[in-house]
Write a protein that binds this ligand. Structure first.
Ligand code: SF4
Length: 232
């Protein structure tokens, strides 16, 4: 269950496999697709629909996260269609790192809403800190906007990496052309809850010396982000 990954109370499905390696990732256990548990779309749908009374009460639904859920676009499309037959709201939480194949586009079009990461403000920083591409995120964003999808942009704020006004300005400049079309730009605070997973998996944790971002700082930066984006 998740309360912060989309509207209302959500059933979060973490799909295994991710092409990126974000330095702040708190789900390194999802990187390798072989670590997942296999379900058919029908099996997973049957598990999820048992929670329908909770979704109804809280205006929630299902959020597909990961890992990168769009790596399994074909199966995901089948599952979304099954869930929507039961009137269950479906949200995709994506890094925007997967090429827009016809099936990926279909998944995005079928979803009720999308959480799209804007992780870093330049191609260089995307490569350095996430092994990803900013251009791929922008392509995904433009596709979503062209199709009038409800998109929330999310940015993780890490102490001494991007927790400053200059970084917020850089992100805002990227979002400026789209600011009237995106539903929300939400900042998320870096936290250390995933550190145990790095230890358990014997993985190098590049931010092992960092502390969680204080909530008060996150609130300040969110205020700055809202103001700056509004004024641009
Ligand atoms: S895209 Fe998500 S799951 Fe993949 S490395 Fe980044 S934070 Fe982790």
């Amino acid at each position: 269950m998740a309360a912060r990954d989309g509207e209302g109370l959500r059933y979060a499905v973490f799909l295994a496999g991710c092409p990126m390696r974000c330095v702040y990732c708190h789900n390194p256990d999802t990187w390798d697709m072989a670590n997942g548990i296999e379900y058919t779309p029908e099996e997973l749908c049957n598990k999820i629909i048992r929670f329908k009374p909770y979704f109804k009460a809280g205006k929630g639904g299902v959020t597909f996260s990961g890992g990168e859920p769009l790596l399994q676009a074909e199966e995901l499309l089948q599952l979304i269609e099954l869930l929507q037959n039961h009137q269950i709201d479906c949200c995709i939480d994506t890094s925007g790192s997967v090429a827009l194949s016809d099936t990926v586009k279909d998944v995005l079009l079928k979803s009720n809403s999308i959480l799209l990461d804007l992780k870093f403000p330049t191609e260089e920083s995307y490569q350095q800190y996430a092994r990803g591409k900013l251009s791929s995120v922008i392509k995904t964003l433009e596709y979503l906007i062209a199709n009038n999808k409800k998109v929330t942009i999310r940015t993780v704020i890490v102490p001494e990496l991007n927790d400053n006004d200059a970084s917020i300005l850089e992100y805002a400049a990227i979002l400026k052309p789209y600011k009237n079309k995106i539903h929300q730009w939400e900042l998320l605070g870096f936290h250390t809850m995933g550190f145990m997973k790095y230890e358990a998996l014997s993985l190098n944790n590049p931010l092992a010396n960092k502390s969680s971002l204080p909530n008060s700082r996150l609130t300040e930066l969110q205020r700055t982000a809202n103001t700056v984006l509004h004024k641009l």
